[in-house]
Design a protein around this ligand. Sequence first.
Ligand SMILES: *Cc1c(COP(=O)(O)O)cnc(C)c1O
Length: 423
Amino acid sequence: MSQAPDRGVAERLDAADPLAHFRNEFLIRDPAQCYLDGNSLGRLPLRTRAAVLRFLDEEWGGRLVEGWQEWIVEAMRTGDLIGRTVLGAGPGQVLATDTTSVNLYRLAAAALDARPGRGTVIVDAANFPTDRYILEGLCAERGRTLVILDNEDGADHERITPARLAPLLGPDVALVSLQVVQYRSGARQDVPGLTALVHAHGAHLLWDAAHAAGSVPLHLDHWGVRLAVGCTYKYLNAGPGAPAWLYIAHAEQDRLQAPIQGWFAQADQFAMGPHFDRAAGIRGHAVASPSIIGLRCVQAGVSLIEEATMAACAHKCATGTALMVDLVDAWLTPLGFTLGTPREAEQRGGHLSLHHPDAALISAALRQRAGVVADFRRPDAIRVAISPLATSYCEVWDGFARLRDCVASGAYTDADLGPGTVT
Ligand SMILES: *Cc1c(COP(=O)(O)O)cnc(C)c1O
């Protein structure tokens, strides 16, 4: 058994953390709670409450329909903010809109239509359910074959090496869809390497960066990524159901045909003409009136990251997950846990996956009795995350100490598993 870092280690990390004061920017009702689930839903920034109230009273309430003079471009402005702060994307390539699922459908459909002679779509078995379901439906709808890359065999923590992907590629492949950070294992893929490999075969690669945006450095422009989507309610702290984002590199924007021809993509939107005439650029991929309240929530969350810098956030995710790995080795491995995430910081994001046969009961007991919020993923994993602006190192340490005590004492075997349907 390795030596556990004592609490003083976490205290010193907090004292030296340039992001520590950002914790005061969030609503934390119970300071004793260890919230290690910021990768599912980030905490509420205080400035979000203020921004939403201001929007309601002054803009919607005060300006009424005149507000659209500015709101009309807000999905693009917010997209640019996400792009420059989090994605490494220059202006005019990101829209803040709809949901990750809807955006994935839109970009995947456009990518398939751009490769009419190719019959195959590839997705990994460990990809997020909504991504797999949407691609399954799209393949049925458009007469393509979905090939599943098996990365659930326990090797490499779901990492996809070029050696694993290359044999599936060929002249019939139209589209490959992968996650940047695997939602379950937390493994991070080699985005530039896999992008170059897939593009060399003439296929599109659509990245889902939901678990990566806000936890790891992204350089979509520099890496040659053409298509990507992600949400804003995880590490971007924009709130449940806040608008997601989509990224289309400049070079693809006018080549790809959007599957939904909405009026927000019409070249002269208010001419109200008889036929669709698509606007050039990213606006040609918009659909309809965005949720302005939702966009304000996105702006508030992302503005915090802009002040903190994405580099500092990514550094804290790496350091915080390294602290977790040390605590797993010292405390949890002897209790029957195995680490389901790569040990190298550059191969993971902001969360770890911990396997234990009693994971469901342990996760429930942590919430019900120990004030620790992590989450359970079937069949046997507990996910624990550090959200760089809202989580302190001591919160991580305390959460792990309570997890250790809970399992060591056996005080979880009678935890209540039902009737909640959300894990
Ligand atoms: C969270 C997550 C989603 C969620 O999709 P929604 O459309 O926002 O419900 C999609 N993909 C991945 C990889 C995720 O982690």
